[in-house]
Design a protein around this ligand. Structure first.
Ligand code: GLY
Length: 387
């Protein structure tokens, strides 16, 4: 069936999906208010964790989306308790020596501040922005993703970081200090110039020369092999380009968005939910990464806000088809099946050509749940993003 003939999610389905997501979030509050959901489920059920991984902000984001949808105090109280945990984490520097400050602090603390004026959310998010800009390399003009700052094996950026940058733009707006925005802009420029290949697929990670800062080489970490396109990396690229355009206003990023989106869409299997690497398609015995479909849908819905009417309509329709596919074939339908929202996601899959360990494969992943709910919210209304 041609892509255009695939059904879009209907208004009543959006409402039903959102109602279920909110009810599922509500049911999880007793177990997951003082604690957080782990990055991935085990046999489709999340276990509790302390606030230590790069992923905990997504669960808090799910709570804030539920608050925004319902106005219910139970969600507000839970979100406030989690903001205190994020403030403690950044004040005491607990597991923050990496670049994922935006993934952690935008959907939790920035969201809570935007929705309720929570001052500790603002304080924590500005401290997180300070932490993030410490990872900027002025020579190569990029934010280093992982590991100690002086180790050659870590002198690289990763495509995912595009989602960490809205935190810096927000920090400049709130403080009036342009330093956060300037660093974000430089990183975007370096990332876009290097991670998007000629065929519009993307590198997951890209290394630079430590002395000159010159681009060196691309490499995968979580993808199948170096030259393939890790599905989630491509999806981070789609959402990342939409955000890059929103914050910089650079026209050339619109075309980059179109290009990386087209590559993603051209490599989807028949049911529109990608395998974990876009190298694979129907007939391959490989796991899916449903979270990539949700992230890509959010990116298209974000970009649609800035495009002309006709093109915006096209991207909204494409997003509506991806979300319909998730709703029909991947979404959790009752709470005995899972305490998450979307099944069949892949966090880290081992291949003969990567160094990844095998975990969170064919499970719920907490960002997959969050972005599915964000996509539903974006389809329901003109949403003011947490990013
Ligand atoms: N940012 C890490 C991941 O997408 O798995």
């Amino acid at each position: 069936m041609l892509f255009e003939e695939k059904p879009q999610i209907s208004e009543s389905e959006i409402t039903a999906a959102m109602d279920f997501a909110v009810a599922q979030t509500r049911r999880c509050l007793p177990e997951f208010t003082e604690k957080f959901k782990k990055a991935y489920s085990e046999h489709d059920f999340y276990q509790p964790t302390e606030n230590v991984d790069w992923t905990t902000g997504f669960w808090t984001g799910q709570i804030w989306l539920s608050y925004e949808e319902t106005g219910k105090e139970c969600f507000k109280r839970a979100g406030e308790i989690q903001i205190e945990s994020f403030l403690n984490r950044i004040e005491n520097k607990i597991e923050v020596d990496h670049h994922d400050m935006g993934f952690l602090y935008s959907p939790s603390c920035v969201a809570g501040y935007k929705l309720t004026g929570n001052e500790n959310g603002k304080k924590a998010a500005i401290l997180a922005a300070d932490q993030l800009i410490r990872r900027f390399h002025p020579v190569g003009e990029f934010i280093q993703a992982w590991g100690p700052m002086d180790a050659p094996e870590n002198y690289r950026l990763i495509i995912d970081c595009l989602l960490n940058l809205p935190l810096l733009y927000w920090a400049s707006e709130e403080t009036g200090d342009a330093k956060y925005r300037d660093i974000a802009e430089k990183h975007i420029h370096t990332a876009v110039a290097n991670v998007i290949r000629e065929d519009h697929s993307t590198w997951h990670t890209f290394f630079f020369d430590m002395e000159t800062g010159a681009p060196d080489h691309g490499a995968t970490c979580q993808g199948y092999r170096d030259g393939s396109a890790w599905a989630r990396g491509q999806a981070w690229g789609i959402y990342g380009m939409a955000l890059a355009y929103r914050y910089t206003g650079r026209e050339e990023y619109i075309q980059k968005f179109r290009d990386v989106t087209a590559f993603f869409l051209e490599h989807l299997p028949a049911d529109l939910v990608p395998f974990w690497d876009l190298e694979f398609t129907d007939g391959d015995d490989e796991p899916r990464d449903s979270s990539s479909a949700a992230i890509a849908a959010c990116g298209m819905l974000e970009m649609a806000r800035y495009l002309g009417e006709e093109e915006a309509k096209e991207y909204r329709a494409l997003a509506g088809r991806l979300v319909k596919a998730l709703y029909d074939f991947y979404a959790v339908r009752d709470e005995t099946q899972s305490n998450g929202l979307v099944l069949h996601s892949t966090y880290s899959n081992h291949s003969p050509y990567n160094t990844c360990n095998h975990y969170g494969v064919d499970e719920c992943n907490i960002w997959g749940d969050y972005f599915y709910m964000e996509a539903l919210m974006r389809l329901k209304k003109d949403w003011n993003p947490y990013w």
